[in-house]
Design a protein around this ligand. Structure first.
Ligand SMILES: Cc1cc2nc3c(=O)[nH]c(=O)nc-3n(C[C@H](O)[C@H](O)[C@H](O)COP(=O)(O)OP(=O)(O)OC[C@H]3O[C@@H](n4cnc5c(N)ncnc54)[C@H](O)[C@@H]3O)c2cc1C
Length: 476
């Protein structure tokens, strides 16, 4: 009991110190978004959504001296937690997170509350890039080259390479010349099937129209972009009519083709002090190391390695030995029994170990984004339809078997790596020492979590593409 009280006091003191330091640092260093700039009636370009894509497009467009750009972002500024590499997870479910939840899933998520996945998405300048895990990769060339077969002319890896290089340069020399940023939730207004203006409600509570001379660029992410299009009259006709939305373009594929890959968490304990543990995270030294030198346990996202296996399999080594149960359970949306089965050593804050995230990079299951109602402030209905196609289960099982193979190597044996198989009531009767596929399928369907990489809802491919190879709406 005494040990527990000491831990709580230490926890409290660290949190107070962290909070005070955060407020001070934020006060002195945070760049502020222009709160309510005066607006012109016309802009050359209007960008809706100031996330990862919107900010890059805004910066590139504003390089031209004779162009003015308006960037509209629904969210507010991010707090200091988005700037410390290990802490963006703590932003989830806060005011800078859209905090979506999926519909109850039919083929997966059986261990989650109401079988719903919690789906965080960044809300504020920088978007989901402000609460993500900082992994950067331009992907493998063959993935892009496959897009050509689906109809995306001009998207060969070699076509895109110069732009990737430019983006990496932007990180070093970012400029916001000629760009205005405002915080609003916007809607697109069409005239004669041409996007002509955006409509926003300003502080006077009146709806204002701001007209574009050239283009409106919608970069609200894979969940909000189809919602905004449908609210603006672009989408499946019958669905828009259900919500009394005037149809501008009947575009059947808006919101279809949603896909994301699941992460299956496999906890591995080790007996060497190599990982980030809860005790290490909460130590005063960790905070002072970071504040003074930008180093230490919270200076990285704790992702120690990622590897790609054959046939679309992949592993991510998340070097977190122990973590706060309440926080992790909240963001994973799991009940207590499932959480404890997947993290059986959760009660020990000094436990060393890591989580192997096994996943299938190219899932075949497809879901959808549809409207709940015609209110732009409501969340859309998100149904990722995870694991509805059996090949995704087979592929995830292959990824788990790859993890077993890696753990059995000498390097991992030397650090005492032991897989802590989840002992779930619903799956335990399927367990045998040779870890059969039926058991793996059962634990994947219970405990796999969103991979945070939803995509495909405004597709360039298929019989009824939403956008063409220039990312312009088809049928206008
Ligand atoms: C928790 C998490 C971890 C991740 N980890 C990684 C990682 O390590 N590496 C990686 O490569 N990817 C990662 N991702 C994915 C990556 O962050 C996203 O793919 C990427 O940020 C998407 O960029 P985007 O511009 O399409 O959308 P976003 O960055 O989400 O931007 C959309 C913006 O539009 C705004 N918006 C929405 N609707 C409106 C409206 N009506 N009016 C005005 N503004 C609006 C939103 O507030 C938001 O700022 C992660 C994602 C999450 C959620």
């Amino acid at each position: 009991m005494k040990k527990y009280n000491t831990f709580l006091v230490k926890y409290f003191v660290v949190n107070v110190v962290l909070l005070c330091a955060s407020v001070l640092i934020y006060h002195y260093y945070a760049e502020s978004i222009i709160p309510t700039p005066s607006l012109y009636p016309y802009y050359d370009y209007i960008i809706v959504g100031g996330g990862t894509a919107g900010c890059v497009v805004g910066a590139l467009l504003s390089e031209a001296s004779n162009v003015n750009v308006l960037l509209i972002e629904a969210g507010d500024e991010f707090n200091i937690l988005s700037k410390i590499p290990l802490t963006p997870t703590l932003i989830q479910r806060g005011s800078n997170d859209w905090s979506f939840t999926s519909t109850p899933q039919k083929f997966s998520s059986f261990g989650l509350k109401n079988k719903r996945q919690f789906i965080p998405r960044g809300k504020g300048l920088g978007g989901s890039g402000q609460l993500n895990y900082l992994l950067h990769d331009v992907g493998i060339p063959s993935d892009y080259d496959n897009w050509i077969k689906l109809g995306a002319r001009g998207w060969y890896y070699s076509d895109l390479k110069p732009y990737f290089e430019k983006i990496f340069m932007l990180e070093k020399h970012s400029s916001d010349v000629g760009t205005k940023v405002i915080k609003k939730n916007a809607r697109v207004h069409f005239k004669n099937k041409k996007a002509q203006a955006i409509e926003i409600v300003l502080s006077d509570n009146a709806t204002h129209r701001i007209i574009t001379r050239n283009e409106i660029i919608i970069s609200c992410g894979s969940i909000k972009t189809p919602q905004l299009l449908m609210l603006s009259g672009i989408g499946p006709e019958h669905h828009l009519k259900e919500h009394n939305i005037e149809v501008v373009v009947n575009s059947e594929s808006v919101g279809r083709n949603l896909h994301d890959h699941l992460n299956f968490p496999l906890y591995v304990s080790i007996d060497k002090p190599l990982s980030v543990t809860l005790s290490k995270m909460l130590a005063i030294k960790t905070l002072t190391d970071y504040l003074w030198s930008g180093k230490g346990y919270i200076s990285s996202s704790a992702i120690a390695a990622i590897g790609r296996g054959p046939n679309s399999t992949s592993l991510t080594l998340f070097a977190l030995g122990s973590a706060d149960e309440t926080i992790l359970r909240e963001i994973a949306n799991t009940d207590s029994e499932t959480f404890r089965a997947f993290f059986p050593l959760h009660h020990n804050s000094s436990q060393e170990g890591f989580v192997f995230l096994a996943n299938c990079l190219q899932p075949e299951s497809r879901g959808s984004i549809t409207l709940l109602n015609a209110d732009p402030h409501s969340s859309p209905i998100i149904d990722p339809n995870y694991l509805s196609i059996n090949t995704d289960i087979e592929c995830t099982i292959r990824a788990i078997r790859l993890a077993i193979e890696v753990i059995s190597t000498k390097a991992f044996k030397d650090i005492g790596a032991v897989i802590q198989w989840p002992k779930l009531k619903t799956c335990q009767h399927l367990w045998t020492d040779d870890v059969p596929d039926v058991y793996l399928e059962c634990i994947v369907r219970v405990g796999a979590l969103t991979g945070h990489h939803s995509a495909g809802t405004c597709s360039m491919a298929g019989d009824t593409p939403v956008v063409d190879q220039y990312l312009q709406l088809v049928y206008l």
